[in-house]
Design a protein around this ligand. Sequence first.
Ligand code: NAP
Length: 494
Amino acid sequence: MQVRNFINGKWVGASIEKKFVSLNPADTRQIVAEAPLSLREDVDRAVKSAREAFPTWHSLPAPRRGEILFRAGELLLREKRKLGELVTREMGKVLGEGLGDVQEAIDMAFYMAGEGRRMQGETVPSELPDKDCKSLREPHGVVALITPWNFPTAIPAWKICAALICGNTVVFKPSSDTPASAAALVQILEEAGVPAGVLNMVCGSGAEVGEYLATHEGIDAVSFTGSCAAGERLEGLLGRMHRPLATEMGGKNAIIVMDDAELSLALEGVLWGAFGTSGQRCTAASRVVVHEKVYEAFTDMLTRAAAGLRVGDGLLETTDMGPIINEQQFNKVLEYIRIGCDEGALLVAGGRPVTAGDCTHGFFIEPTIFANVTPTMRIAQEEIFGPVLSAIRCSSLDEAIRIVNSVPFGLSSAIYSRNVNSTAKAEHDLKSGIVYVNASTIGAEIQLPFGGWMHSGSGHPEAGGRGGALDFYSRIKVVYRDYSGRLQKAQIDR
Ligand code: NAP
């Protein structure tokens, strides 16, 4: 597939002919897409187009903007199978998850379409007679959206739909690993009737065009999802520019399994959390903190179940776990497995690349479990972003919560227990933006805010429902209307 930039309603090449490719990580002999390696001039053009389109888009009533998003939701639904297969081919997750990626985009399109008829501000009583007090939501202007590869349809859709419904225009820089999935989403929005210039897409290197875009003088707000390294760099650069920035970054999520947990349910949740999307979710469970009374039995159950997971091409029905996204990430995961062994953790499952049969040409790694991990080991502290799980022992709920909270991240955490007091305490004391009770660390729904604390993000969710996306993509204007016909002084005339 040939991907082009999308600027001012047209699919165009970059200023130079240079291209990059996205490969199928399950079989790197297959090129999924060729995309333009854009230059700064291409960003300039996209920002200019978004700026020019802003006044008209802003003045279109929000319910009408919502109708366009509703049509996009319908088109995404119509194309769900095709788009899901593309996600799997380009990014590697198994087809069920590829379809789930698209479903999130569908959900967000319909949800934000409805927000076009709500978009509430507040109306409150005034302390003075004949005076109204209210707040309104206004768009920022042009927003820059920078996205990762692990949810190549869902994350761009979260951002784009929310930005558009609030009346912003957009310049979107997708991950260089997934330009085809990004282009497919933009095509749907174009077909749904998003006017020329309102949504623009520029492909190219993050360090080059991503950073230039985020710091461009024509940009009014920036939303970034990706690694801590890139996100924190943007925080440093944009902090000085007084430009709203939302960062959604890495995680080191954990599941607590107490001695009174239903172990078979916890087993399913831990396997799904650790090995779903090959562990390449920001909310993936990479630590399981198990009560000592059930530690041996539970790690034994986990080890046997992990060994039974079938690794392969995500398009095959027989596959439970797909490949790692690219060579760099593949090497990074193997390096962490080596670090775990060197640190003295006990490798009880997996640990090696998979190269046999259909896996010869892909980036496959066995589902890997370390036992006897201590909380301060690097494999228990740092984000690996692959199918590697550390099993840590604890002797009480308090200790389990301390261990979970001992990392610099705070995105998602979970507890399995049948004791209502234990789950309530965990819900209260776990330091993360999302807490699951008797469910895995993954499975957020779009109608609630989604975001991490500490190094996992700016702490202001820019995804999900009101309190999340709408609050980030709009800014508040307060209006006081005095119809008394005389000078009234708040606080003083009392
Ligand atoms: P990444 O390398 O940081 O890339 C993310 C995006 O940022 C890509 O579009 C990338 O472009 C661009 N980029 C890279 N350096 C940049 C810079 N200096 N300035 C501006 N843009 C830059 O992350 P990734 O490997 O794609 O994604 C994996 C990471 O994302 C993990 O850490 C994961 O936890 C995190 N993540 C977080 C969430 C969340 O909601 N908290 C959700 C999903 C993923 P190129 O692709 O061209 O390099």
